[in-house]
Design a protein around this ligand. Sequence first.
Ligand code: 9L3
Ligand code: MG
Length: 137
Amino acid sequence: MSGPGQRLLLVVACALVDSDGRILIAERPAGKALAGLWEFPGGKLEPGETPEATLIRELREELGIETKAACLAPLTFASHSYDDFHLLMPLYVCRRYEGIAMPREGQRLKWVRPAQLRDYPMPPADEPLIPHLIELL
Ligand code: 9L3
Ligand code: MG
């Protein structure tokens, strides 16, 4: 349930888009919350970070790619209430980055067309983002 006493979790996610218009999704590894679901890469905002700084760090840590704030365009906002916290998650789109995305944390990666995103089970916060990406791309 959502309520005034509920903890807020700020997570930033990214739709990384390749030159063919495909989007990168990553499988959440076994042992983590929501294991086996496919998500847009990203992670928790650390103290003092802007959302762009969070994404630059997370994309480097998880995928080994380099981007910059000017290459991150905010698209929309996900919001989902779990039992014990409320998740707020802005989604950015990134079309310009350096390097080749590699699974640096053992996660499976897939590049998929926007219309195919629905074929992959996603966390409840990520799923409502799909129509926004289909409309954009
Ligand atoms: N989460 C949901 N969708 C995403 C991301 C990156 C994260 N695209 C949720 C899963 C966890 C929380 O945010 O409940 C924190 O993520 P993590 O630090 O466990 O990856
Ligand atoms: Mg993460």
